[in-house]
Design a protein. Sequence first.
Length: 685
Amino acid sequence: MIISLGKSNHQRRRPPKAKTRCIVLLMLSALLFWQMHVFVSSQFSLFSLFDYDDSASSTNYQNNIRGAVYDQLDDEDIIPQQSNDDDKVPETLITEYHIPPKIFVKEEAPPSATSWTALLTVTDGFYDFFLNWLAYYKQLSPPPAFNKLIIIAEDDAVLQKIQKLQQRGILPSAFQIERSELELTKKSVMRKKNEYAALSYESSNYNKLVSTRAGQILTRLQKGMNILYTDVDTVWLSNPLFYVDDPQYSDMDFIAQSDGIREGQTWYCTGFMAIRSNKRSIDLMKRWNAALQTPQLNQPVFNELVQKATRQLQLRHAALSLDEFPYGEMYFDYDNFIEKRSEVAVVHNNYIIGHDVKKERFMRHGLWMLDEKNSNPADTLVAPSSPRSLSTDGLILTLATTLLHTEPGTQKYYIQLNTLRALALLKDDINVVVFTKDATGERLCLEAGIKHVVKEFETNQYGTPYVKSIFEKLDNIHDSEKSTFLGYVNADILFDTRLIHSLKAISQAYTEGRLTDHILIVGRRTNVKMDDDMKRDDHPDMVIENNLDSLVDRFHEGGELFSIDAQDFFIITPGTFDWDEIPNLVIGRPGYDNWLVNYVYDKDDATLIDVTDTVPAIHQTGVDGDKASFQERDDTQWNWDLAHPEKEPSQYQHGYTTCASVRTIWGDDLRKDRILVARRNGRVC
């Protein structure tokens, strides 16, 4: 390669020999230095991966034992540090959890003026997609008010599977199963006996399959049925009839999802359409069916015919809003659509070709409900339908808080009411248990809609609850509730749905066998100075039904992350603490939090997890300030009198959130649609 120094080659003079030798030596030295740097860096990374520490301290030995269950992970699972500037060690990915979109009811749909029949076609190659669609359909409450639901089986293998679903009660009896007249060329589609592979896009069998759609719809339109046709690679997050029956579409012959604009015209997607039975729509379907007698992709033909029929038949049609019915590329790939995902009614996994890549995309975005570890994926749907993902059985958390006396109408009263309201909004996943012996505390629970109140628990002589008494009572409640975790949080902390998602990510890692049986989850809080005038129910800082996540976002952005030695919540798996070993530490006084964290850090069979990055824990700072536990009281020194840091330093020295060997972080800081559970390699504390 010729490197130009500013003159053409014929003008450049040859440098003296000594100068040439000098340049060569400099280049060789630089190359040698670079190679040494690469070698040293690679050795350092390798040692970090295996928790190498030549000091072989007892503390690091415990970390090695604790981390042994993860060492099976591959080198490519090393992920970069994303936060906490004081902690630069590399990390190993334990698991990746994809946050599923929320199933929602925009509002109860009015009685439909049109009687709709749902129509789906299923092949054996996409049977698992049908199961996934069905899992979401069964979560819609109340279910869409279809007059009929028709499933057309396109091959004998899938027909038998769907019939078995109905026999087992997994497929509701309202679904009508039919076998199409389609016969595919078996040589190209058979995977093994009585099982068919997914058809390749634009193959002869694929074109034959999609070319039958017009006839299937036409047959039913001619019987007077109004058809809502859907592909099985869709996920219904809301009742689509609410949108299809919108008055603005009342005089339309058909409405459909849009795949964008092409040549100035709406390009309709034939994978999600609602077609009314009338002369114009039947004429359109006849033309479409005739054109598809030569098997080919049906969508280009349909859109060409729509343009002609608009002129010739005065066909009336409209596209569903892209905000609620986006095409696949828009939903999955557009960064400017991320904030709109919560309002989407139907997610269509189009704009991508192939069964496996579609499935991977659904899984990557938390839209795949089937249990892949189950040899029969249909078993995933046996669990009762609920607003939660079918991958989580029951509640994720039984959570306690304590309410001591506070005067009604004060700032502290409304701070505690705020906390209880936020927890009540998470009731689908959390069983909230309030410990209080105070009448005002009971009144707060009534206002917030918290029903589980415990009045009998042990305290010191000053009325401050013992930590062990709270958790021992919680253990008994947990035995009947069977939640994954149990825990405690101070009554001035606000959580939102990110707590649930983080716990489900940890639960996934636990289920996969990548965490120890005993776990303690902690995190740093964010201090937010609350308005002195926060003494009324309509104050803008008060939690209401639809503002929890946005309110926590606002507080988190404007707040200040507090120190690593202050923990305001503790979430554990049952059996993490041997309460017979725990002294009578009291809640809300200095030292108990660090003692508990240090206790778990020193246990060889326990894992300490820091969720600071993914769980905003908002500390509503009132007139007492950020260090209310240090205020002078009769029992301020209680915990230190039991085990003072100066007398028993070993019981506190690892009582920091940064001592956690595992933490949760966002897989994508912008999208925030997946949570990584990662192990910190090497010394962390």
